[in-house]
Design a protein around this ligand. Structure first.
Ligand code: TGC
Ligand code: FAD
Length: 392
């Protein structure tokens, strides 16, 4: 892979909206990605392997549970810092951001928001450093966009629950030490519980053959009469709002992350357009290529503004789930379009691992689907503005 010469575009001087702390966190993460991710990621993606060695470093830069308070081992940062961290990680690779998103928003957040004091003390400090890794099981083979239909279940057996069922498409599953699992109880209510690797009847077969997120480990969670101690249940949260509450945090991080992937594609295409000569001049001098670049920087700038404002609202606890859906949908679609256009701008070189664009493009095909598909987020916006449910 060519040397990482990334220079972040900031067309509307967005840096002026950030605090010194935000910039410090962002720049440290950017430097870490240049040093630890860029030199290795293409090789891991080509081999479809997860780079385990990055986990402790992710913990050190504050990427695991950025907004979890320090009393539980988290960095205690604000929501804009969280977003900036996700942006920088996804600039490196969506799979790296995925690992951090899942750990932060889908494992640490529910333990923090719904867990008992004992659960928080037991798991959060180790999750924050990367000593312990987690995954999140909501999707099932027959229930993706419609998780309310899940069939994974727990039966009350007095001193423990008996867990049966299966989850599919679970990021981090093959190496996770714990899984936050959503299952229906005897009353048909969706409940969350922490399942630990090593519990009898719990297995995590890896999913192979992905053309997307190849440097991220994906797997299934299979529960065959797993005895889960009662103290592993989140005591009060019931219903779909439990898992969907976690998705609000993860989708917010993805909205920022997608900007990172888009910025990388734009930056590479811009540099290439100034260096690549055809018909006696740089291709950046042709109107058709300028149109692509001008549209890219316009869309990136709009996405940055959307995320910054959403971050402010989130810091004030005023961001609605529908606002988060709009940002996730818009920004991932924006990044995917930019990746496809940037790929074209590099001609044949665009399909090689010499440049990161094709990897970003393939990764984004997962990002546009997970955490609620492009269609589902449109329907969330549609319902929010009309009041009519068009899901069913
Ligand atoms: P609906 O009847 O609308 O709602 C059920 C209850 O949930 C509440 N609710 C929310 N609460 C918090 N946050 C949200 N975003 C919420 N959305 C809804 C709602 O108020 C209600 O509460 P209550 O008290 O009345 O019970 O539910 P529905 O069954 O009609 O479904 C709505 C729909 C389709 C929007 C929802 O199911 C959905 O978002 N589906 C998409 C599924 C999804 O996003 N799955 C993601 C799996 S995890 C993943 O992909 C990780 S990838 C990680 C990585 O690698 O980065
Ligand atoms: P389906 O729900 O079957 O959708 C198929 C198509 O139908 C889509 O285009 C969809 O938009 C459309 N559709 C569905 N319902 C409607 C409707 N009402 N109206 C109009 N169109 C509709 N899940 C987890 O729980 N944890 C994870 O860690 C996780 N990681 C993932 C990692 C990867 C790489 C991938 C690919 C997925 C991951 N997922 C995870 C699962 C992900 O959230 C689901 O794939 C996603 O929610 C969509 O579900 P589905 O794949 O079953 O598609």
């Amino acid at each position: 892979m060519a040397t990482d010469q990334f220079q972040a575009p900031d067309y509307y001087l967005m840096d002026e909206l950030l605090t010194e702390e935000h910039k410090l966190i962002r720049d440290s993460a950017r430097a870490w990605v240049k040093k630890e991710i860029s030199p290795i990621i293409e090789d891991y993606a080509q081999r479809a392997a997860f780079p385990n060695q990055i986990l402790r470093g992710l913990g050190e830069i504050g990427a695991f549970g950025p907004y979890i308070p320090t009393e539980y081992g988290g960095p205690g940062l604000d929501q804009i810092s969280y977003g900036l961290l996700m942006q920088e990680l996804e600039r490196g690779d969506s799979g790296v951001r995925s690992t951090a998103s899942v750990q932060s928003s889908l494992v640490m957040y529910p333990i923090y928001a719904y867990g008992t004091e004992e659960q928080k003390r037991k798991y959060l400090p180790k999750l924050a450093t990367g000593e312990m890794m987690g995954c999140f099981g909501l999707t099932e083979p027959d229930h993706g966009s419609n998780p309310a239909g899940m069939i994974t279940n727990i039966k009350d057996k007095g001193d423990h629950y008996l867990l049966n069922g299966a989850k599919m498409w679970i990021s981090n599953a093959p190496f996770a030490d714990i899984a936050v699992v959503w299952a229906k109880d005897d009353n048909g209510d969706i409940r969350g519980l922490v399942v630990e690797r090593g519990m009898e009847g719990f297995t995590t077969p890896e999913t192979h053959g992905k053309w997307s997120l190849r440097a991220s480990a994906t797997g299934e969670l299979v529960f065959d009469n797993v005895k889960v101690p009662k103290e592993n249940l989140f005591p009060t949260i019931k219903g779909l709002k439990g898992p969907l509450g976690c998705l609000n945090s993860a989708r917010y991080g993805i909205a920022w992350g997608a900007i990172g992937a888009a910025m990388d594609c734009y930056d590479v295409a811009l540099r290439y357009s100034k260096e690549r000569i055809q018909f006696g001049k740089p291709i950046g001098g042709f109107q058709l290529q300028q149109k692509k670049l001008a549209e890219m920087i316009t869309e990136i700038t709009k996405a940055q503004l959307l995320c910054w404002r959403l971050g402010v609202l989130k810091n004030e606890n005023r961001a609605t789930p529908a606002q988060i859906s709009m940002a996730k949908r818009n920004n991932v679609d924006m990044a995917l379009t930019i990746a496809r256009n940037a790929r074209q701008m590099l001609g044949g070189m665009g399909i090689t691992g010499e440049y990161p664009i094709m990897r970003h493009m393939m990764n984004l095909e997962s990002v546009v689907t997970y955490e609620g598909t492009h269609d589902i987020h449109l329907l969330i916006t549609g319902m929010d503005v009309t009041g009519f449910n068009a899901f069913v």
